[in-house]
Design a protein around this ligand. Structure first.
Ligand SMILES: Nc1nc2c(ncn2[C@@H]2O[C@H](COP(=O)(O)OP(=O)(O)OP(=O)(O)O)[C@@H](O)[C@H]2O)c(=O)[nH]1
Ligand SMILES: [Mg+2]
Length: 393
């Protein structure tokens, strides 16, 4: 089920029949916990629980379990759902070990997996962006991989001891810890709340270059806000509330382009293309005055572990963009010329590693976060050098 349909169902959940809700839970599209979090009324809850108990009493056959394993192997069920199946006895560990590629370690992680609520806020709850920092924006449609990029970067930075903490936005720090914790555990972050936004400020310390410090605000907005800006323009209701985009901080802009979704959209229709959305947002960022303060535009092609075997990641990403996103590239180039080359345009292939069973990271690959961080160090100003004046423009 796609995310929009799921959200629509969750919004109207109390007008549905208990039987239909039960089927949705069975299919793995929506969990009972998600329904409860969306104010499922107590009478529906009781009816669903009664059906669940009855269902459990019907004996599950081995062939049912093997059929479920096939669905798991096809990526139809996520870690949370597999955990519920284990708990309710619809599947057991031996069957999983014998009929899926899950290892004992993964099964144990799934069993102990406890989903934490994501601290995503609405604009009005956030403090203004820290002044005199470089703002890094991550734009992309729902599910394109923004949270996974941030999670992998924060994990890498912490491993390298490169973060100097501050407390300008405590909710941002909590979100950073959560992302890092989830990715190191191996079960990936949840989709960011519908209209959610968060920012994470810290200074990045460059151990290799005299311990220079780069003050950064990482801004993540939900894919829904990105879609909203495409449909209704950049304004205080979408990407530009609280002067986030029209302050005078220097900026790096990351357009996150989902390679997997692109490939799937060849066979399944999924609304306006990523290219159309990105071109529109780019033009709006220019109208909005944001590009005047932009030092770099990055086109991050995500999920490149799904590229064909053996290709050169950079070459393939470049060719992929030139053949399928040429119009977006031409628009970037046009704006680069218009702004007298004050920003570079860079393409990144990005992968966090091998992902299976929807949201389980079975092999973590730190190459992409390392490359992205190296570029951040090269492109953003430091607080120790003579360009300190830049802070007080
Ligand atoms: N194969 C593969 N899948 C990935 C990778 N990164 C993310 N994914 C998959 O994409 C899903 C969505 O990633 P998120 O980072 O949550 O996407 P998002 O852009 O933050 O989405 P919203 O919060 O809904 O806007 C993950 O649960 C993974 O299944 C990757 O590098 N490789
Ligand atoms: Mg997200």
């Amino acid at each position: 089920m796609d995310k929009i349909t799921k959200l629509q169902i969750l919004l109207t959940i109390n007008s549905m029949q208990a039987n239909d809700l039960f089927e949705l839970i069975l299919s793995g599209d929506i969990t009972l916990d998600e329904m409860i979090a969306n104010n499922l009324n107590p009478s529906l809850l009781t009816q669903i629980q009664a059906r669940q108990t009855k269902e459990k009493q019907n004996k599950v056959t081995e062939s049912d379990m093997i059929a479920t394993c096939k669905r798991i192997e096809n990526g139809e069920l996520n870690a949370g759902r597999i955990k519920s199946l284990l708990l309710e006895g619809s599947i057991n560990e031996d069957i999983l070990l014998n009929h899926t590629s899950m290892t004992a370690d993964m099964i144990s992680k799934v069993k102990n997996y406890q989903k934490q609520p994501t601290p995503f806020l609405s604009w009005s709850d956030l403090p203004p962006l820290q002044n005199g920092y470089t703002d890094l924006y991550f734009f992309g449609q729902p599910g394109s991989g923004k949270s996974c990029i941030l999670a992998s970067i924060f994990y890498y930075l912490e491993q390298q001891a490169m973060i100097i903490n501050n407390s300008y936005n405590k909710q941002g720090n909590i979100y950073r810890d959560l992302l890092k914790g989830e990715i190191s555990y191996g079960i990936l972050p949840d989709s960011t709340a519908v209209e959610g936004v968060n920012y994470i400020p810290f200074e990045l310390i460059n151990h290799e270059n005299k311990g220079n410090k780069h003050p950064l605000n990482f801004v993540e907005m939900s894919g829904e806000l990105f879609n909203k800006a495409y449909e209704g323009g950049i304004n205080a209701d979408s990407l530009a509330a609280r002067n986030y985009l029209n302050n005078t901080n220097r900026k790096l802009i990351y357009f996150v382009l989902d390679y997997d979704q692109h490939e799937k959209s060849k066979t399944i229709s999924s609304g306006p293309s990523q290219s159309a959305k990105m071109e529109s947002i780019l033009a709006q960022l220019d109208d909005f005055g944001t590009l005047k303060y932009t030092d770099g535009i990055y086109i991050v092609v995500t999920k490149t572990d799904l590229f064909p075997e053996g290709v050169d990641r950079y070459q393939y990403a470049k060719q992929f963009l030139e053949s399928s996103y040429n119009s977006f590239l031409v628009n970037c180039k046009y704006l680069q010329d218009k702004h007298r080359n004050n920003f570079d345009i860079t393409v990144y292939p990005y992968s966090i590693g091998q992902v299976k069973f929807q949201n389980m990271l079975v092999q973590f690959d730190l190459r992409s976060p390392k490359e992205l961080v190296e570029d951040i160090l090269a492109e953003t100003f430091v607080t120790k050098k003579s360009i300190l004046g830049k802070l007080f423009r």
